[in-house]
Design a protein around this ligand. Structure first.
Ligand code: PLP
Length: 457
């Protein structure tokens, strides 16, 4: 009864993100009620392993009392502090300092946002300001990558390269350009890592030549493309792209909203790529999803150029909730957890996850397995030789999600037939083993789907 009335209220009033409103009205919401560790319980009492950490964000897992205590303590002491008027709060200052200490290279200056989209949006504002400050106002063109995702703000959605974020919204803007993805499984350059890197470098150089380096402000890359289907570039790809940007005086922005905070192993994926971007964005794992918060890091030269140009004038960018003290207190506690066992557990669980997913390669539908750490994907095909995707009639996004749900597992099922995995870093061995078992069961059921069978002959 409780649950049914919620379904009706949801249908009538709650607009869901990235959903078909009509389909959602028909199907209704599934209400999540509680969670502990890597396990979610819905309003009917059904238990599920959260193989996607919410939306690749609950890296610490659910039910950490110490995080709850940190938030409650801060709410009691000082629930809000503005950063305007020269004011500030201790947790925000401490978190900025702790993060700057751990960030790659000289990414020493932290600007806090409410999530990833406004972190990306803020980079565009700061970058425009930077080039104006350097007397190059014509550097106002931005390049990102096909299959990339950079959030859902008006500007960020234009940098994003997923059709649903553009159609009907009048995006992308004419100053937003794309180059092809490194997508190793379907790269026209083949599967050799060096050939893939060379193809991306050539594509970026070609775009720079076409637009003119003197007009290009910045290039955006995710260390692993997440929402585009967990596309992992070869080792060395980030470094090669970073070098092209340096050569042509183009700012390099690493969007680590997914890859940050242990998702691929270390706190920052850029560290293992051995690069220092000019700007870096994070969110999600920063607070492990317990409260909203994102951030961007500015390298020394970006910050100093902006500071110097503004002089005694205000740099007109800021939110009411920038550097929110409750979010910052949570961020500090989550950071402590990462460094007292979570990152280590994530690395161990990640190795088990990848080995488990690799063991699915023998399944007739599994075309590709890829990932790093606790970020992975399985790409399904109906013909391994030709890499033929599942037919649209199989409705992978909905039906595979549903099958996994019924099997007690939440994963992300992309419309392309890719299954995405981003479990909490706290997963036990038995959580990981259950993820693999339930995936196999889900694959077997998908294989029995008549629309899939029909496409296989
Ligand atoms: N950038 C990347 C790489 C992301 O994956 C996301 C969200 O998934 C964003 C930006 C946007 O973050 P948010 O949803 O917190 O606004």
């Amino acid at each position: 009864m409780f649950s049914n009335s919620l379904i009706e209220l949801d249908r009538a009033h709650l607009v869901h993100p990235v959903a078909s409103y009509r389909t959602h009205e028909t199907l209704g919401v599934r209400v999540l009620a509680s969670a502990s560790g890597a396990t979610l319980t819905d309003a009917t009492g059904k238990q599920l392993i959260d193989g996607f950490a919410g939306l690749w964000c609950v890296n610490a897992g659910y039910g950490h009392d110490s995080i709850v205590e940190a938030a409650a303590k801060q709410m009691r002491e000082l629930p809000y502090a503005t950063g305007y008027f020269g004011l500030g709060s201790e947790p925000a200052i401490r978190l900025a300092a702790e993060l700057a200490d751990r960030a790659p290279g000289d990414l020493n200056h932290v600007y806090f946002t409410l999530g990833g989209s406004d972190a990306v949006d803020s980079t565009v504002r700061f970058i425009r300001y930077y080039w104006n400050a350097r007397g190059k106002p014509n550097k106002d063109q931005f390049i990102s990558i096909e299959q990339g995702y950079h959030g859902s703000s008006t500007v960020g959605a234009g940098l994003t390269a997923l059709p649903a974020f553009h159609a009907g919204f009048g995006l992308p803007f004419d100053w937003q350009h794309k180059i092809p993805s490194h997508y190793a499984y379907r790269n026209p350059a083949g599967t050799d890592p060096q050939a893939i890197i060379a193809a991306s470098v050539a594509a970026l150089k070609q775009k720079i030549e076409q637009l003119g380096a003197e007009r290009i402000a910045a290039f955006y890359a995710e260390p692993i493309q997440g929402s585009g289907g967990v596309l992992v570039p070869p080792k060395g790809w980030m470094k090669a792209m970073r070098e092209v940007c340096r050569t042509f005086d183009i700012l390099f922005v690493a969007d680590e909203v997914i890859t940050g905070f242990g998702r691929t192993g270390p706190l920052f994926a850029c560290s293992e790529e051995e690069i220092v971007p000019d700007l870096l964005t994070v969110a999600k794992g920063l607070t492990s999803g317990y409260v909203p918060m994102g951030a961007l890091f500015m390298s020394e030269h970006v910050y100093q150029t902006i500071a110097e140009a503004a002089g005694a004038s205000a740099v007109g960018h800021g939110y009411t909730y920038s550097a929110h003290p409750v979010s910052a207190a949570v961020g500090l506690e989550v950071l402590r957890l990462y460094e007292t066992g979570l990152l280590e557990n994530g690395r161990r669980a990640g190795a088990r996850l990848m080995a488990g997913l690799e063991s699915l390669r023998d399944h007739p539908l599994v075309g590709d397995v890829r990932g790093r750490g606790m970020l992975a994907a399985v790409e399904l095909v109906v013909d391994k030789e030709r890499k033929t995707p599942l037919p649209a009639a199989a409705d992978p996004a909905r039906r595979i999600f549903d099958r996994a749900w019924h099997n007690g597992l939440i994963i992300r099922a992309f419309a392309s037939g890719v299954l995405g995995y981003a479990p909490p870093l706290c997963c036990t061995d038995s959580d990981i083993d259950a993820i693999i078992e339930r995936t196999r069961q889900t694959l077997d059921e998908t294989l029995a789907d008549p629309t899939v069978r029909a496409a296989m002959v």
